[in-house]
Write a protein that binds this ligand. Structure first.
Ligand code: 5GP
Length: 182
């Protein structure tokens, strides 16, 4: 995003902590209804999905046997545009074979990261595989990659907060903000 040397600052709040909280608990309710009485491996994609995942799993009741795991991926190319080649930096520790797996992602932009992750996990023969994405930017989609649980559809603007960063900054903010050029 932007040219080297550009400075960015927080613009306006796009999604407030209350809106996020409501939507996260609705999604958790859907997951709970779907997986009641079963084991579920929830795999968060680091670092962006860490805060979303932590809130999400705490809203899923004990009728689901939730297990938490993480993956970290890096996309070749610059930090904010996906090149389509995704490298696993940290794999999940759990064996996915014959398990119910949900990948939790912060944002789907081009769709390439999710497409690639689906391919990898499906190759491990899970019992079921679903995707849960907090934010979707449909205008930037390059490849069809299905989202089973979606938080919000947002316009093509760079956002930070609630786990999302710009150059490592602003992940800890409780609301989701637009970033603007100074
Ligand atoms: P995709 O492979 O779908 O293009 O890339 C998704 C990844 O791009 C996200 O996990 C995130 O790291 C990054 N990304 C895309 N849009 C944004 C944005 O608006 N804000 C932030 N912080 N990261 C973004």
């Amino acid at each position: 995003m932007g040219e080297a040397g550009d400075a960015f600052r927080l613009g306006q709040v796009l999604l407030s902590r209350d809106e996020i909280k409501r939507r996260v608990s609705e999604i958790a309710g859907e997951i709970e209804r779907e997986y009641r009485g079963r084991e579920l491996i929830v795999v968060g994609i680091l670092k962006g999905a860490s805060i979303f995942m932590a809130d999400l799993v705490r809203c899923v009741g004990d009728s689901v046997d939730v297990r938490m795991d993480y993956m970290a991926v890096s996309s070749y190319g610059d930090a904010s545009t996906s090149s389509g080649v995704v490298k696993i930096v940290k794999d999940m520790d759990t064996f996915a074979e014959d398990r119910n797996v949900i990948i939790v992602e912060d944002i789907m932009d081009t769709g390439l990261t999710l497409y690639y992750l689906r391919d990898i996990i499906m190759g491990r023969n899970p019992e079921s595989f679903k995707t849960c994405v907090l934010l979707e930017k449909p205008d930037r989609k390059k490849i069809e990659s299905e989202i089973d649980y979606r938080g919000f559809v947002i316009p093509d603007e760079f956002v930070v907060g609630y786990g999302l960063d710009y150059a490592g900054k602003w992940r800890h903010l409780p609301d989701i903000w637009r970033v603007v050029k100074e």
